[in-house]
Structures are given as structure tokens and as C-alpha cells.
Design a protein around this ligand. Structure first.
Ligand SMILES: Nc1ncnc2c1ncn2[C@@H]1O[C@H](COP(=O)(O)OP(=O)(O)OP(=O)(O)O)[C@@H](O)[C@H]1O
Length: 333
């Protein structure tokens, strides 16, 4: 029997206390994945008490660890919360492509039928209005709450860039910035189910307030492949771990550059570093975005490349995010 079948059987021996079915056959868990002895599995613990969740986690670990060839097991628990879910997109340092990834993931998820909104929490360097083609559009407000701006691509969004004059520097202290961010998140999001939060780079005050107050269901970390950026990414991972926000996985950006003239592929920022780092930290690797001038020009023009019908870069990452959120209900991308 192949290892995937053996692992699936082991997972299914753990019984869901509500339905009485095995976790996998009852749709509570995603099929386990194994890479070099490290197994990862996502279990949806919606409706279970804290005690039952802990028991299931321990049983899943024990059952999967008993399979020959398994060295470690990582169980990610997800739960359907009432209201919308917030996904934080973070990086330890600036300029690694967090905003580009957030915008494109929002578009890819929208294309797949998800009710997704985007908050540009990068209060000090907001760029989502440009990326989403909503520059110069100011949000309206009825009563106390702002109404998000609907981007031409169907994704409602809010960014500090829409509240200040173009080019105006924002020099706020932490509490003011956190307060402004709160207004963006607490806006009138209607039936939006999923809010992607493009965080400011780093692990300071604003990030901490956001995480404590708004409790994202998960965080996605972006890094370029080189060692220095990865060290910063590791700091961001530590930050989310300490805040008890599950890490959904790592995305490597600016990997592999194909020369538009000769076609030769080079790796200005190295290759595979984020994937290796993800493996060593036993975190899922969600995908690689190439360094491509087309991505920059399309992004700067407010037309995220994920809009393209043949997008093969962002859709698979969005798919993995979607699967993580809802292991029992696969979306089609
Ligand atoms: N894969 C890519 N290929 C080419 N250019 C890219 C890619 N990813 C991002 N860029 C470009 O790199 C610059 C920085 O990207 P982006 O603004 O998304 O990073 P960031 O991490 O959000 O930065 P900040 O810290 O300023 O918020 C932008 O000009 C963007 O268009």
C-alpha cells in the first residue's frame, strides 16, 4: 500500500465525536500530506469543545506517528467562526511583495467565487489603491462606518491611501495607526466572508494590536528567497506563533527571472530558500511567484495579473489558502 493510503487510513481511525465517522471519510480533515517524514494535516474542529479539540489533535498525532516512516506530525486546527474570517498577510521586512500577493490572491479568490475583501493595513506605505485600480476613489460613510470601495475587479477594499491626499506622508504614532486600521476592518463589509489583511512589514505595535484585537484565523508569510529576507520571515513567523495565530504557509516571491531577450533564467535573489525554510520549520510551502516585469507593470497599472484566464501563479496559491480554510469543501479554481 502506498504511504498516502496508509496515512489516510490512520487518520480515518480517529473518530469524529459528533458524526461518529472517521475524520477523513466524515469530511472533518483534509488528506494528510507527507514530505521527507513530516506529515501535515488540517482538521476542521467547528462545533467541538476545547477539550474535544485537544483530544482529537492528540489522537491524530498519535495515529499518524504510528505509521512507519513518519518522523513528525503537524496538525492545523481550523474552525468555522461566525462572521467573517481575517487572513493576515505578513512579512518580516518591506518590499518583498506582500501587497502584490495580497491583491492577486484577493482577485484569484474572487474569481473562484469567494466573497473576499481586502484591507490595506500597511498604514505607512499603502499601495492597494494603485494595485486594485481604485486610486482617487474615496470611501463613503453612512453613520459611523465606512463603506468599502468596490474595485473594478469586484473586490471590495479599503486602504489608508483612499483617506489621505495622494503623496501625503502618514506619520502617526502606533495607537493612532492602530485606531485607523480598526476603522478599516470594522467598516460595512456586508456579506464579505473573508478579509485579506495586507499588513505593514515588521512585527511592531500596529501588527500586535491588530492580531490581539481582530484575531486572524491564519497568517500567510511572504519572503524573497535570500537568507536575509528569510531571517526576517522567521521573525514574522515567531511573532504569529507567539500571538497564537496559525501559520497557513510560506510563499516565495521574486524567484527565478526569465530574461525577456534571451530566455535565460537567473535567480537574482537565490532559489528555493523559502521552500527549504518552510520545510525546516515544518510549515506548508504554498508556492513560488517568479520575478517578472509583467507582474510589476500589470500591478502598477491596477490590473493584477491574477485576472488573466490562464493565471497559473496566483490561482494555485489561492486554492491552497481556500483548502486550508475549508478542508471539507474544496473550491474549484
Ligand atoms: N514577482 C514580482 N515580479 C516583479 N516585480 C514584483 C514582484 N513582486 C513585487 N514586485 C514589485 O516589487 C515592488 C514591491 O512590491 P510590494 O509593494 O508588493 O511589496 P511589499 O512587501 O508590500 O512592500 P511594502 O513593504 O512597501 O509594503 C513593487 O514595485 C512590485 O510591483
Amino acid at each position: 500500500m502506498n504511504i498516502d493510503t496508509v496515512l489516510s487510513d490512520a487518520l480515518d481511525r480517529v473518530v469524529d465525536p459528533i458524526s461518529g465517522k472517521g475524520l477523513l471519510s466524515g469530511g472533518r480533515a483534509s488528506p494528510p500530506r507527507i514530505s521527507e517524514g513530516a506529515v501535515s494535516v488540517v482538521v476542521d474542529v467547528t462545533g467541538l469543545s476545547t477539550g474535544a479539540r485537544e483530544t482529537i489533535e492528540a489522537q491524530v498525532k498519535a495515529s499518524l506517528m504510528s505509521v512507519a516512516g513518519v518522523d513528525s506530525v503537524r496538525v492545523a486546527l481550523t474552525a468555522e467562526k461566525r462572521g467573517r474570517k481575517i487572513i493576515a498577510i505578513g512579512s518580516g521586512k518591506g518590499g518583498v511583495g506582500k501587497s502584490t500577493l495580497s491583491a492577486n490572491l484577493a482577485v484569484a479568490l474572487r474569481k473562484a467565487g469567494r466573497k473576499v475583501g481586502l484591507v490595506d493595513a500597511d498604514i505607512y506605505g499603502p499601495s492597494q489603491a494603485r494595485l486594485m485600480g481604485t486610486e482617487g476613489i474615496r470611501p463613503t460613510a453612512e453613520g459611523q462606518k465606512m463603506d468599502p470601495v468596490l474595485s473594478p475587479h469586484g473586490v471590495p477594499m479599503l486602504s489608508m491611501a483612499q483617506l489621505v491626499k495622494p503623496g501625503q506622508a502618514i506619520a502617526w504614532r502606533g495607537p493612532m495607526a492602530a485606531n485607523a486600521l480598526g476603522q478599516l476592518i470594522d467598516a460595512e463589509w456586508g456579506d464579505t466572508e473573508l478579509l485579506l489583511l495586507d499588513l505593514p512589514p515588521g512585527t511592531g505595535d500596529v501588527q500586535l494590536t491588530m492580531v490581539q484585537k481582530y484575531k486572524p484565523v491564519g497568517a500567510l508569510i511572504v519572503s524573497t528567497p535570500q537568507d536575509l529576507a528569510l531571517m526576517d520571515a522567521t521573525r514574522a513567523i515567531d511573532f504569529f506563533n507567539q500571538a497564537h495565530v496559525p501559520i497557513i504557509g510560506l510563499v516565495e516571491n521574486m524567484a527565478g527571472y526569465e530574461c525577456p531577450h534571451c530566455g535565460e533564467v537567473s535567480d537574482p535573489f537565490g532559489h528555493g530558500g523559502a521552500q527549504a525554510a518552510a520545510m525546516s520549520m515544518e510549515l506548508p510551502f504554498l508556492g513560488r511567484v517568479p520575478l517578472d516585469i509583467g507582474i510589476r507593470t500589470a500591478s502598477d497599472a491596477g490590473t493584477p495579473p491574477a485576472l488573466a484566464d490562464d493565471d497559473a501563479i496566483f490561482a494555485p496559491i489561492a486554492q491552497k489558502l481556500s483548502d486550508w480554510l475549508n478542508p471539507a469543501k474544496p473550491a474549484s479554481f
